[in-house]
Design a protein around this ligand. Structure first.
Ligand code: FMN
Length: 192
């Protein structure tokens, strides 16, 4: 098992949670310490894709530890240097916008801010219907930012949802390993 400590943060892209949980399982199979983080929206919202309670229970079981679900619980990640890498999977358009703007009003953005202050990598697995519209400028800003890496992403349904972008969640473990080595996993853009 690898000794680097991984933070694994879920945002409210509810339709991708099943795939994100699979990615979490793959990461946990490789790294001994995986710290689960959930946005407040995730922790409080039941949808047709599942209940918040079931998601919390599942990620806590996989990681064998309680979720970080508030700004207060995420803050020590900075001063205590709790993580070597933080992956945000899935990352919503909302959280992308906050990261690009430097806003910190959620558990996930607090975790990212705290962790980035230590000069350590953040890996984004985006999932948003406006990736090629409203979120495009935020993706561009983050591509250009130090210590931010992306899980390779592409258009998931170019005809039905022409502005939608989704990461290839099966590449999360590889993207995390690359980021820990200071590299962006290539190619960044994947075809479907
Ligand atoms: C059923 C459902 C599915 C959603 N799917 C997505 C999604 O795939 N991508 C996205 O960016 N936002 C999605 N949203 C909207 C986000 O949940 C919303 O912007 C929320 O404020 C995100 O908060 P967070 O980024 O703190 O998790 C969805 C909302 C609902 C209710």
């Amino acid at each position: 098992m690898e000794q680097q400590r991984v933070g694994f943060a879920f945002c409210g892209s509810f339709c991708t949670h099943a795939r994100a949980v699979e990615a979490l399982e793959q990461v946990k199979a490789r790294y001994e310490t995986v710290v689960p983080i959930v946005s407040e929206r995730c922790a409080a919202t039941d949808t047709r894709f599942g209940t918040a309670h079931d998601l919390m229970r599942e990620v806590e079981r996989i990681c064998d530890r309680r979720v970080i679900d508030t700004v207060e619980k995420a803050e020590p990640i900075g001063p205590k240097k709790l993580l070597d890498v933080l992956v945000i999977c899935p990352c919503t358009g909302n959280t992308l916008a906050k990261l690009a703007a430097g806003a910190t009003d959620s558990s996930v953005t607090m975790a990212a801010k705290a962790h980035l202050r230590n000069g350590r990598p953040v890996v984004i697995a985006l999932a948003t219907n406006d990736g090629l519209s409203a979120s495009a400028k935020n993706i561009g800003a983050l591509l250009d930012k130090r210590n931010i890496y992306f899980v390779p992403f592409g258009q998931d349904d170019p005809v039905g949802k022409p502005t939608s972008l989704v990461a290839d969640f099966s590449k999360v473990p590889e993207a995390v390993a690359a980021a820990l080595a200071g590299q962006q996993l290539q190619p960044v853009l994947v075809g479907r």
